[in-house]
Each structure stands twice: as structure tokens, then as C-alpha cells.
Design a protein around this ligand. Structure first.
Ligand code: APR
Length: 232
């Protein structure tokens, strides 16, 4: 009996109970800041200080944050499941890694990484980035947060799509299903006959596409789901 291959997609909701704000909940990040000002290349070109300060604040908060039982359960699944597990996240925090997660695929980049917009070099971001920092490789003053902004291409899409094409189980956790291509992963999983499950506090925009939905807090629903998969 082969063991099912699993693709997991997480969003801001899995880090909510670790104190990191989500984007579209009441009072979320997109209620506090305009996306076009802090999460687009145009916004960065217009006012790099505003953007660097926005990510410095989020990096400092994420640095202090502690993973919750949802992150820990996914790390346990990766460690104990005998089949393939690909953990894809839209989140830019490192809570999956802090919980023991491995090979985490950050499709929207990560706060812990800096990127040179001149030569493409990546390095570990300092906790506090300055505007116009020099790239350690090409020495140009072209360092930027290694975050995929609106209008840019998400990272690792070939690897993600290859895993989805082989998936037996697809689970979406803590994501509102508003942003593509991530919100389309459930369709790709259904297309190859994978079982699909959504674990979210509120029904997502794509909830009707999931055959199984487990409403509630990730710190409760995800450990239960992992138990069900491991004991399946
Ligand atoms: N447990 C489970 N789900 C939760 C919890 C919780 N404790 N708290 C909130 N949620 C759910 C909400 O119901 C919501 O559907 O998490 C979801 C968060 O949705 P968004 O704020 O839209 O975050 P996300 O889906 O990750 O956003 C996707 O949009 O702005 C871009 O790049 C950004 O990666 C982000 C992308």
C-alpha cells in the first residue's frame, strides 16, 4: 500500500494565534495599510522608506512570535507521515521552521531573506533593513525585502504544480482564498482526483470547492486532522 502524497497550503490564519495579524480579517493589515503603498513594486519605488519600515515592523514582530499547535502539528506530520508531504506557505514569517517544519516552500517570499534587485542575490536579512543597503555580491545599493509583491510572480510555482499533479490529499489552512495562484491550488488538486480539505476560522472564498471543511481555530483543527491522517 503506497502512502498518500500530501500538499499543504497555509495562510495568515495559521499564525493568527501566534499573535501575527492576518490581512483581511477585521482590523487586519490591509485595513491599516494601503496595499499599493506597502506591497507593490511601484509603492517601493515611490517611497522605499515606508515599505522598508513596514517590513521591519513585521520582521520584528515575527522574530518574537512563537509557533502554535497548528505549526507543531504540521511539523509532526512531515516527520511521521511515510508518504511525501510538501508544506507550501503564503506566509512570510518563519513559524513553520521554528516549530520544526522542514523544506518549507515560501511562495510569497520571507521576512528572513533580503534580495538584491540588481543581481538577484539573496542573503539573510538583518532584523532591521535600511533603504539603499549595499548588496553583499554586487555592492549596488539595491537591497529590498525578499517579499513577492502584488504584480510579481510567486516563487517555486513549478515545484508546487508538480506536487499538486501527484497529490492524493490537498489541505488549505488559514487562508481566505482571495489571492491567486494560491487560491487556485484546490482546483488543480481536484483535477487529479485528490481529496481536499479546508481548515479555516471562517469559510474561505473557495470553500465550496473543498469536499471536507473543518471550521475552527488552526491550533485545534490542525492537530486533529494530523491525527486523522497519521492514524488513517
Ligand atoms: N485559525 C484558522 N484560520 C484563521 C484563524 C485561526 N486562528 N484566524 C483567522 N483565520 C482565517 C480567516 O478566516 C481568513 O480566512 O485565516 C484567513 C486569513 O485570510 P487573509 O487575511 O486573506 O490571509 P491569506 O489568505 O494568507 O492572504 C493571502 O494575500 O495579501 C496577500 O501576500 C499576502 O500571503 C498573503 C495573501
Amino acid at each position: 500500500m503506497t502512502h498518500p502524497s500530501i500538499v499543504i497550503l497555509t495562510g495568515a490564519g495559521i499564525s493568527a494565534e501566534s499573535g501575527l495579524g492576518t490581512f483581511r480579517d477585521e482590523g487586519g493589515l490591509w485595513a491599516q495599510h494601503r496595499i499599493e503603498d506597502v506591497a507593490t513594486p511601484e509603492g517601493f519605488a515611490r517611497n522605499p522608506t515606508l515599505v522598508v519600515d513596514f517590513y521591519n515592523a513585521r520582521r520584528a514582530q515575527a522574530h518574537e512570535a512563537v509557533p502554535n499547535a497548528g505549526h507543531a502539528a504540521l511539523a509532526r506530520l512531515q516527520a511521521e507521515h511515510k508518504g511525501e508531504v510538501l508544506l507550501v506557505t503564503q506566509n512570510v514569517d518563519s513559524l513553520h521552521e521554528k516549530a520544526g517544519g522542514s523544506d518549507v516552500v515560501h511562495m510569497h517570499g520571507e521576512l528572513a531573506s533580503a534580495l538584491c534587485s540588481n543581481c538577484g542575490h539573496r542573503w539573510t536579512a538583518p532584523l532591521h533593513m535600511e533603504v539603499g543597503e549595499a548588496c553583499p555580491t554586487c555592492a549596488q545599493p539595491t537591497a529590498r525585502p525578499d517579499i513577492v509583491w502584488f504584480g510579481e510572480i510567486p516563487y517555486h510555482m513549478e515545484r508546487i504544480e508538480a506536487a499538486l499533479a501527484q497529490a492524493d490529499i490537498f489541505a488549505a489552512i488559514g487562508t481566505s482564498g482571495n489571492v491567486y495562484p494560491a487560491a487556485g491550488f484546490v482546483q488543480m488538486a481536484r483535477y487529479v482526483g485528490a481529496r481536499t480539505v479546508e481548515m479555516n476560522l471562517d469559510p474561505s472564498q473557495t470553500v465550496d470547492l473543498f469536499e471536507d471543511t473543518r471550521p475552527g481555530k488552526a491550533s485545534e483543527t490542525v492537530p486533529q486532522w494530523v491525527d486523522d491522517v497519521l492514524n488513517g
